[in-house]
Ligand binder design. Structure first.
Ligand SMILES: [Fe+2]
Length: 198
C-alpha cells in the first residue's frame, strides 16, 4: 500500500570505468588550488554538471533510467529534464545530514568512488505519524524499521522521489567518497501539469 520506491541499477563495468577518470579529472580541475579536504570536511561542486561535456555519458544513463522509471509509474509522455547536477566529496569522517530535494519530481545519485565504510545511504520513513508510537522490537525488519540502509558501490545509480528524506553516515573509510547527485522535474510543469485538475 502506497509504496516509496528507490530504484537501483548498476552501470556496466566497462562504461563505469570509462566514465570514471574523466569525471575525477573534471572534479579536480574545479578546485585546482584548493587544499585537500581535512577529515570531516565535505565539498560540493556547482550545480550545472549536467551541462559539462565530461558528464555526457552519465547524463545519458540518467535519462535512460528516468525514462524507465516513468514507464514503471505509468506516466505518459511527459518529458522530465535534469534541473541540477552536482558532485559531493566527503572526506573520512564527513557525513550528510537528513534532507530532501524540494521542487523536483525525482532525484538520484551516481556513485563514482565508494569503499568499505563509505558505501551506504539511508532512506527515512516518510510516514511521520508512524513514529508517534514506536514500541521496542526484538528484530529490525522491513516491516518495522524507520530507516532503510541501501548499500552502494562504484557505478551504482539510484533514483528516488525527491520528497524522500535521506542521509549519509560519516565516511568510515580511508579515502574520499565521491558521488554525483541530480534532480529531475517535468519540463512542462508550469505550462501544463500544474493547471487545476477539477
Ligand atoms: Fe540528497
Amino acid at each position: 500500500m502506497f509504496p516509496s520506491f528507490v530504484w537501483k541499477t548498476r552501470i556496466e563495468p566497462g562504461l563505469r570505468d570509462a566514465m570514471c577518470s574523466p569525471i575525477l579529472k573534471a572534479l579536480a580541475d574545479m578546485r585546482p588550488d584548493a587544499p585537500a579536504l581535512e577529515p570531516g570536511q565535505g565539498w560540493q561542486s556547482a550545480q550545472d554538471l549536467h551541462e559539462h561535456e565530461t558528464m555526457r555519458e552519465l547524463v545519458s544513463c540518467i535519462e535512460h533510467c528516468t525514462a524507465s522509471v516513468l514507464r514503471f509509474l505509468r506516466i505518459g509522455t511527459e518529458e522530465c529534464e535534469i534541473t541540477g547536477c552536482w558532485a559531493t566529496v566527503l572526506a573520512p569522517g564527513a557525513s550528510h545530514k537528513l534532507h530532501s530535494h524540494p521542487n523536483n519530481f525525482l532525484s538520484g545519485v551516481y556513485y563514482v568512488r565508494t569503499g568499505e565504510g563509505a558505501d551506504t545511504i539511508n532512506f527515512h520513513d516518510p510516514r511521520k505519524q508512524a513514529s508517534v508510537i514506536r514500541p521496542p522490537v526484538v528484530e529490525l525488519t522491513a516491516e518495522n524499521t524507520d530507516q532503510v540502509v541501501v548499500r552502494v558501490s562504484d557505478g551504482t545509480l539510484l533514483l528516488f522521489p525527491s520528497w524522500l528524506e535521506h542521509s549519509v553516515d560519516a565516511n568510515r573509510g580511508n579515502d574520499e567518497r565521491i558521488s554525483i547527485s541530480f534532480n529531475l522535474m517535468f519540463s512542462s510543469f508550469a505550462q501544463r501539469l500544474s493547471k487545476p485538475l477539477w
